[in-house]
Write a protein of this length. Structure first.
Length: 152
């Protein structure tokens, strides 16, 4: 139990240190609001064992319906090492293996779901119990970071 509390403290400390996208100000001018092009939902179930689903949306206002966005979701451990890349769930864009990794994937505006089977990238080993972070990047910009817990 003490280790879980310690892990939670580490995650909260790391999330406080993560850079914000509009913190830099140019020449004393007030920062211009940055239009968010993606939103990241909380995974479910959380905590989970052995698999989870991550909801996310691209340009919910859909200002430019024909526009394509470059989207990536990566799962990190607390040491900021990439643990996995989830696959796109419930779409007709499946690759040769039947699953399309959400890494530099071209998507139009809309709501999507990513699925992670709880295994390390390029491995059949299950991820260890603990706290993990997942991050949504749209066109090279970080649009959201969330945390989840893997239990055994």
């Amino acid at each position: 139990m003490k280790l879980r509390w310690a892990a939670l403290v580490v995650v909260l400390a790391l999330s406080a240190l993560m850079p914000r996208s509009t913190e830099a100000q140019a020449g004393g001018q007030p920062p211009q609001p940055v239009r968010r092009t993606g939103s990241l939902g909380q995974n479910y179930p959380n905590p989970f064992n052995p698999e989870t689903t991550i909801p996310f949306a691209i340009d919910s206002a859909c200002a430019e319906p024909a526009r394509q966005y470059r989207v990536s979701i990566r799962i990190y451990n607390l040491l900021a090492q990439v643990v996995a890349v989830p696959v796109l769930s419930g779409s007709g864009t499946a690759g040769a293996g039947g699953q399309t990794p959400v890494e530099n994937l071209t998507l139009s505006c809309g709501s999507y779901r990513a699925y992670w089977d709880g295994k390390y990238i390029n491995s059949s080993r299950e991820a260890a119990s603990g706290v993990y972070l997942y991050r949504l990047d749209v066109d090279g910009r970080v649009e959201g970071v969330k945390k989840f817990l893997v239990t055994k």
